[in-house]
Ligand binder design. Structure first.
Ligand code: NCD
Length: 303
């Protein structure tokens, strides 16, 4: 039985752990063309991305391709979205074509939860407004499991930056405590979560870095701010909240560094960090393929 995949809190932890185990097996063979997955039933997936994407969209496509599925892609610029058709109507029309599932990215206006009960095919969340980005959280956890040899319980991760607008942080808040991690937040006051219970709040970058084992930098979500971009002082922000090689080396040279991409260089993150062995950004990207392959298999009841 296929089912939608919209958030992490409604999926049993044992299922999430199974997804991670399967992702790890896939990741070990990711670059080995000799190894073919045992394809069960060919499917057609529709991709409806109403917000921009590079990593998530292409890695879902690659994952789907590796499973032997076919993809049909809604191209926003040439679709009836330009004539004013709503994302909701678009999804109903895609489902009517006899496809097997829809990988969807949208803003908070669309109620995917309600739609998933009305639409005949599973909806797979590829980034839903500020609410969640479950496959991103899973691929981050897989990356940490690989790096820390599965010793996640007791680790301390600090989310740095625009936490309140981040769907990546939202999904992590649904999962990481369940895995025994402690979560910190370093953010300007107006970007801290409204309900910070269970979160350790920091105002000072060095203190946050000293505390953590993992520094997870978030992109400043300019597109979700109301007319703030012109008032945003990026130099000041970078000096207080930006992650630099120097700050990391001084405060905590053993901390790992993550970022979901895309990166605003010089605003939240110093480009030099990308080449540093503590920086896991490209391992995160690679794991996106394995995790999304496992999630698609899970959605279609194939394990
Ligand atoms: C994130 C997203 O779009 O939610 N990126 C991603 O999927 N890798 C994070 C972001 O855009 O800030």
């Amino acid at each position: 039985m296929a089912h939608s995949f919209l958030d992490l809190k409604s999926i049993p932890l044992t299922d999430l752990q199974k997804i991670l185990t399967i992702s790890q097996t896939i990741s070990q063979n990711l670059l080995n063309p000799e190894i073919q997955r045992n394809l069960k039933s060919p499917r057609v997936l529709a991709f409806a991305f109403f917000e921009a994407s590079t990593r998530t969209k292409l890695s879902f496509q690659l994952a789907s391709h590796r499973l032997g599925y076919q993809n049909i892609i809604l191209e926003n610029a040439s679709s009836s979205i330009t004539k004013g058709e709503s994302p909701k109507d678009t999804l109903f029309n895609l489902a009517a074509m006899g496809i097997d599932g829809i990988v969807v990215r949208c803003n908070d206006d669309l109620d995917l939860q309600t739609l998933s009960a009305q639409i005949s095919v599973p909806l797979i969340n590829a980034g839903w407004g500020k609410r969640g980005h479950p496959t991103q959280a899973l691929l981050d956890v897989l990356t940490l499991q690989q790096k820390l040899k599965h010793k996640l319980a007791g680790q301390k991760i600090v989310f740095i930056g625009d936490v309140v607008h981040s769907r990546v942080a939202s999904s992590h808040f649904e999962l990481l405590h369940q895995l025994g991690l402690q979560i910190g937040v370093l953010a300007p006051e107006s970007w801290r979560p409204a309900k910070p219970s269970n979160l350790k709040i920091f105002a000072d970058r060095d203190q946050a870095l000293e505390w953590c084992n993992v520094a997870y930098v978030l992109r400043v979500q300019f597109e979700r701010h109301d007319h703030q971009k012109n008032n945003f002082d990026s130099k000041n922000y970078f000096s207080q909240f930006g992650l630099t090689l120097e700050a990391l080396n001084q405060a905590n040279p053993s901390a790992l560094v993550m970022h979901p991409g895309p990166i605003n260089h010089g605003i939240e993150f110093e480009e030099k960090l990308l080449g540093d062995p503590r920086c896991l950004v490209y391992q995160q990207v690679r794991n996106g393929v394995s995790v999304r392959e496992a999630v698609l298999s899970y959605v279609f009841g194939e394990f």
